[in-house]
Ligand binder design. Structure first.
Ligand SMILES: Nc1ncnc2c1ncn2[C@@H]1O[C@H](COP(=O)(O)OP(=O)(O)OP(=O)(O)O)[C@@H](O)[C@H]1O
Ligand SMILES: [Mg+2]
Length: 301
């Protein structure tokens, strides 16, 4: 295991050096995943740092980050490998022209014509050690691909019929994320260490905002976090994630706002709410009420 992650505290420190704020439970999962060489399965609300943690682990450990973005219809040619058909055609034409067909059939299916996609790349040794493989938004793929993934992650091996199996000498650090638009199969989850990423508490969100937007004053940061925390209690179509909190604070900074007011909130709502129905609800009196509530919840500094 990486020396810098030999304890839960060390994991927390490595993440924090990348401006990633992880609570004890999440740091424990990362520590165990590294110690036991097991994939991590992160499920949770949008914008709560699921994708970002893979980047933080890779940067913190000096490993390469290999990302497989999932979508409906993702297949092995986009996820594992593909033969470079155009280059193969050129090689055939060239061989025909020169009359030297030699061992063409064999060489056409050699490494030279292989396009490696994320899953195959992740099985290859990389500089700095085993890479971090981020399989992002697995819930967007379909079940056959999930079954394939289960197999690939069981023995960290993928097979290319023409070349044979490729097995990772050292397993990659695998992080799967899901927004839970559908349930991922139990068999895949069972292989992983599961962690639900919830919206952070006030204190933790303030810590995240301070790490990500240190230029914001303490007063503005506290108001912004208190407002977003209070806003999440409303019955919204889409609640703001941490990403929105950070974006909003940056917008307010760009506008030289020193503290919140109902007018400022109403002018900048598009940074935190992305649905017109939610925005319409929050305009006017409602924003003022939420701001008053949020301010009340802030103890004097
Ligand atoms: N714990 C955290 N520490 C530091 N930054 C965080 C944390 N959580 C979220 N962020 C910030 O929020 C942004 C969004 O996080 P991220 O993209 O990882 O969310 P996500 O959970 O993957 O969202 P989605 O489900 O929409 O893909 C990141 O760029 C990062 O700046
Ligand atoms: Mg994400």
């Amino acid at each position: 295991m990486a020396q810098e992650c030999s304890s839960i505290e060390n994991v927390q420190a490595v993440l924090s050096a990348q401006s990633y704020v992880a609570d004890r439970a999440l740091s424990t999962v990362v520590f165990l995943a590294l110690a036991l060489k097991r994939p991590i399965f992160l499920e949770g609300e949008p914008g709560t740092g699921k994708t970002e943690i893979a980047k933080a682990i890779a940067a913190g450990l000096g490993r390469q980050l290999i990302r497989l973005q999932c979508y409906e219809g993702l297949d092995t040619s986009a996820a594992v490998y593909e033969w470079n058909f155009a280059a193969q055609m050129i090689a055939i034409r060239a061989a025909e022209a020169s009359g030297d067909k030699g061992d063409l059939r064999h060489s056409l299916f050699g490494p030279e014509f292989l396009i490696e996609r994320p899953l195959l790349q992740a099985m290859r040794p990389q500089q700095g050690g085993a890479p971090v493989l981020l399989i992002d938004e697995i819930d967007r793929t379909d079940e056959p691909f999930e079954a394939f993934l289960l197999e690939a992650l069981s023995d960290y091996q993928v097979t290319i019929p023409e070349l044979g199996p490729v097995k990772a000498a050292e397993p990659p650090i695998v992080i799967l994320t899901s927004n839970r638009t559908r349930e991922v199969h139990d068999a895949l989850k069972r292989r992983c260490l599961y962690h639900w990423v919830d919206y952070p508490s006030f204190a933790r969100e303030l810590e995240i905002l301070t790490a990500r937007a240190p230029e914001a004053s303490a007063t503005l940061s506290r108001e912004v976090v208190a407002f977003v925390q209070r806003l999440r209690q409303e019955d919204l179509f889409k609640k703001p994630g941490v990403a929105e909190t950070i974006d909003w604070a940056k917008c307010l900074l760009a506008l030289d706002v020193l503290e919140l007011s109902p007018e400022v909130i109403s002018d900048t709502l598009g940074a935190i709410l992305k649905y017109q129905d939610d925005i319409a609800r929050l305009q006017g009196m409602e924003a003022k009420k939420i701001l008053d509530d949020a301010r009340q919840s802030l103890e004097p500094v």
